[in-house]
Structure formats: C-alpha cells, structure tokens
Write a protein that binds this ligand. Structure first.
Ligand SMILES: [Zn+2]
Length: 133
C-alpha cells in the first residue's frame, strides 16, 4: 500500500464509519467476542434490549453466520431455531461492519466494498410467542 493510498484509505474510511449502535434500540453494543454455541464458535454478543448479534469479518460466510445467529437467538436449541420465521418471530438487520475499528460502515460500494467487506447481523425476537407442542 503506498502512502497516497493509505492516506485516502484513512480519510475516506473515517468519513463513512459511524458509532457501533444497536439498530433496534440505539444503544452502544460491545465489540463481538468469541462465544460457544452448541458446537460452534461465533463472534458475537448480546445487547441490553435482547437483540443478539453475530459478526462475519470476511462477509463471505453470511449464510452460516446467519444460522449461528438464529441458533444464538434460540439459546442453542436447533429445533427452536429452525421453527422461527423471519419477520414473524424475529426481526433482522444486516449492517456493514469494520471489526478492526469496531465501527459500522455507512455504505460500501466499489472500492470501499473491498476495504470494508465485514458484516454484522442483528436479530431480535418480536415478542415472546409460545407455540403449543
Ligand atoms: Zn439493542
């Protein structure tokens, strides 16, 4: 990386990064930690509002990360995780995320998309629905 590129990276980078706030309640969320769920390790955390989040630093494993997020939302219960319906049982927000800076990224297109390809998925239960067995 030459110095001009580095300069542009920093300058443009700063302008598009924003505070790490939960998309549901607007509170700051903690830097994702390694959490063991079932047999998986995920990079994620839990917000005070009950939302959970899981980070995909590469942005290339979103499907897998999304499943892990669902599992985390269900407290490690695969049956419950597979019975949940998006937009019925829970809400989902996928945001651009820079795990090194611990900042959300406003938009990532073109060149920025290659610099900031990390994603963070937030899930929150809509309400406590108890389905009968
Ligand atoms: Zn929250």
């Amino acid at each position: 990386m030459d110095s001009l590129y580095t300069y542009r990276y920093i300058r443009e980078g700063r302008s598009i990064l924003r505070e790490p706030l939960c998309p549901f309640c607007g509170c700051f969320f903690e830097r994702p930690q390694e959490i063991e769920i079932d047999i998986e390790f995920v990079l994620g955390g839990r917000c005070e509002c009950g939302a959970i989040y899981v980070c995909d630093p590469s942005g290339r494993n979103l499907g897998e990360v999304y499943m892990n997020a669902l599992l985390m939302l269900s407290g490690g219960d695969w049956d419950k995780a597979s019975s949940l319906d998006a937009d019925v049982d829970f809400e989902e927000r996928t945001l651009n995320y820079d795990p090194k800076a611990h900042r959300l990224v406003r938009s990532s297109t073109g060149l920025l998309q290659r610099m900031y390809n990390g994603k963070i998925i937030f899930l929150r239960m809509r309400s406590r629905i108890h389905k009968s067995d």
